[in-house]
Design a protein around this ligand. Sequence first.
Ligand code: SF4
Length: 351
Amino acid sequence: MNHASEIGFIPSEKYVSKDLQKIAEKIFHDERIADEEGLLLFEKGSLPFLGSLANHIREKLHGDKTYFNRNFHIEPTNVCVFSCNFCSYSRLYAHREEGWELSAEDMMNMVRKYDGKPITEVHIVGGVHPKLNLEFFADVLRKIKAHRPDLHIKGFTAVELDYMFRKAKMNNEEGLNFLKEAGLDSLPGGGAEIFDAEIREKICADKVNTKGWLSIHETAHKLGMHSNATMLYGHIEKYWHRIDHMSRLRVLQDKTKGFNTFIPLKFRNKDNDMSSVPESTTVEDMKMYAVARIYLDNFPHLKAYWPMLGRQNALIKQVKRKPIERDTLYNEIRDYSNIDINEMQVNSSLN
Ligand code: SF4
């Protein structure tokens, strides 16, 4: 059997404490780390230490490849019945004249704009409008599929779905089956925020709870649909809340294997009710990504969502990687190694 030090580099005790060394040994032996070890990484791990462990795992999974896809977004509305304190996007129904609301035809016009373009995915996500119901969205899905059957439709957070299904008096399975038959292919990961009930109560009390979020994703996986998972970090949560959040995802992923990607979302404090909460530093952001890569050993991918992280920081992660265009399910489409990625009009996340 290989000794750990022959597989990966473990810094000496001069630089790293014994407990962190033990975690590194585990990583290099492909062993899962425990929750308290994940917490220790947040509390004591330096960025170079965490980065080297995360990179070891990342290269073991994907070599020198990094993935992007070509998609476009449709945001049907920013009118929302909920009022999450961190949200700087939505407008309450009472103030809907300040927001927007697209008709089915508006959305189809957006789809038509991409006719003839090598786009593989449309991502549909928005606020929770009380009048835009399950039937309305099923109709939009059918129209998109009729116009462009090859387009993968990734749509609706568990927050939107939970509201739609409850209004339609359907359970999660009935609602998801209904949308799947209309053309929905997979779910994005939004609305997870932080699973801990106390923190959730403080930042987004009125929308789907943790049990509901996890149940929708579990049901989607059971029906053969893949999904992603997010976590909003860097606000009032503690490190252990992050581990608790990722732990619940890791447990569900062991059961279903239906998650493609984990997406840490950096809390932003502009134009919302949490503007007094400072934002995390770039070093803290990178540590978050590294610990997630180490802890979530059963998630194939991590996504750097550049609109929230900042494009430059997302690109830092891609240094000297081979850019591979993928579809939603990570089937490889084309290797862009010899093309300047900045010249491409990539309207999506690098992940
Ligand atoms: Fe904003 Fe989404 Fe919360 Fe609505 S549910 S307030 S859109 S974060």
